[in-house]
Design a protein around this ligand. Structure first.
Ligand SMILES: Cc1ncc(COP(=O)(O)O)c(C=O)c1O
Length: 409
């Protein structure tokens, strides 16, 4: 049974030193999430009980670290229904998407097309711009519908025989819309294109099954799914990873090399993990995946939908709010308080112990679509409550120009 007040006890960040709830409404979960105690303890166990490098030592402690890291990979593979050889540990979504773009370079030539959207995060467009510049390929945009969604209908219209790569978010980070990745993959594959999915805002919130979606590459971050910072995953179909060039070379990524520069790479996925890997973080991430699975994505989605509906109704009823995504598929509400700069409104909310993000949220091209430079983004997670949403809406009522000026005086 999902019991949010019990779940909140798992998160030290939600509690004060005496274990009581803190005076804090944390609605910036799309930026990063809080971590449950067991994740923190799992990472700490690496530093306190089996701290050693992996795949290098011939001593018991090192075997223990090997085992923890390898088992973390298996856990993450089960988490998204992949094979363990298809899980590359990265530092996060950004690194995963850069590795994808770098690795696909040899498969692109002049005149080829990379399809994306104006709603992408910088991490899922800048690497593709650079790849296009390096290869003579072109980036084209699938038009968003009037709400800002990527629809299958528009995708079909934008797809053509020169498209080689489709790079899109499963859930966008400002408007929170869910794309039909399964259908997009089926259509893209018929046209001979590879689909790269930015899973930063989807994997933490819903069950993602890479086999069911049939996507070719998928990147996500640990820190947005109750895991540590500095760790993420690039999933890739094994045959594709075999063809991709690793972005970094070094220890662990090579099987053999000599003074002539002859190089034999390690097997997949080790060839993509050059250097000492984030071992403690991988152990923590595996614990986070287990934690989310234990709560269950059905319950997580239900709680988040309830929060979104509740807050969206409140925001819709307020005359001072310009609301950009009332029909969001995620617990993300993006809006502005009329006549007040987003940053000023966020500072006002901070004076009420409410944490939200304001600005363009790294989706700078979306500004062209929304017609505003900055929005306030309230992003909730399963440990947030209806009471917090009420407190948030109530604080917004008091977000007037006079009150905003007051906090700077
Ligand atoms: C949709 C999306 N893609 C990519 C990223 C980048 O993630 P990270 O900073 O963890 O690499 C984010 C982070 O906010 C995001 O929301």
């Amino acid at each position: 049974m999902f019991d949010v007040s019990k779940i909140r006890q798992d998160f030290p960040m939600l509690l004060d030193e005496s274990g009581r709830e803190r005076e804090l409404v944390y609605f910036d979960n799309s930026a990063t999430s809080f971590k449950p105690r067991e994740v923190i303890e799992a990472e700490m166990a690496y530093y306190t009980r089996f701290s050693a490098n992996i795949h290098r030592g011939d001593y018991a402690l090192s075997y223990e670290a090997d085992q923890a890291y390898d088992s973390a990979r298996q856990t993450l593979a089960r988490f998204i229904n992949a094979d363990e050889r298809e899980i590359v540990f990265t530092s996060g979504t950004t690194q995963g998407l850069n590795m994808a773009a770098y690795g696909l370079k040899s498969m692109l030539k002049e005149g080829d097309v990379i399809l994306s959207t104006l709603a992408e995060h910088a991490s899922n467009i800048l690497p593709w711009f650079r790849l296009a510049e390096q290869t003579g390929a072109k980036v084209e945009f699938i038009p968003l519908d009037e709400q800002g969604r990527l629809t299958v209908e528009n995708f079909k219209k934008a797809l053509h025989e020169r498209v080689r790569i489709v790079a899109v978010a499963q859930v966008t980070n400002v408007l929170g819309y869910l794309a039909d990745i399964k259908t997009i993959c089926a259509l893209a594959h018929q046209a001979g294109a590879i689909v790269v999915v930015d899973g930063a805002q989807s994997v933490p919130h819903r069950k993602v099954d890479v086999r069911a979606l049939d996507c070719d590459l998928l990147a996500f971050s640990g820190h947005k799914m109750c895991g540590p910072t500095g760790i993420g995953v690039l999933y890739g179909k094994y045959e594709l990873l075999e063809k991709m060039e690793p972005m970094m070379l070094g220890g662990g990524a090579n099987k053999r090399f000599n003074s002539h520069g002859d190089l034999i790479l390690s097997r997949v996925p080790d060839r993509f993990e050059a250097g000492t890997v984030p071992i403690g973080q991988a152990v923590g991430l595996a614990k986070a995946a287990e934690y989310l699975q234990r709560i269950g994505f059905d319950a997580i989605e239900k709680q988040e939908q309830m929060l979104q509906k509740h807050l969206a109704e409140k925001l819709k009823a307020m005359d001072n709010i310009e609301f950009y995504n009332p029909e969001s598929d995620s617990a993300i509400c993006s809006f502005n308080v009329k006549g007040i700069f987003a940053q000023d409104a966020a500072s006002y909310l901070s004076s009420r112990n409410i944490a939200v993000r304001s600005g363009n949220h790294c989706a700078k091209m979306l500004v062209e679509f929304l017609g505003t430079d900055a929005t306030i983004r309230a992003s909730m997670y399963f440990y947030n409550t209806l009471e917090e949403a009420d407190r948030f809406a109530q604080a917004l009522q008091g977000c007037t120009l006079e009150n905003c000026i007051d906090i700077f005086l």
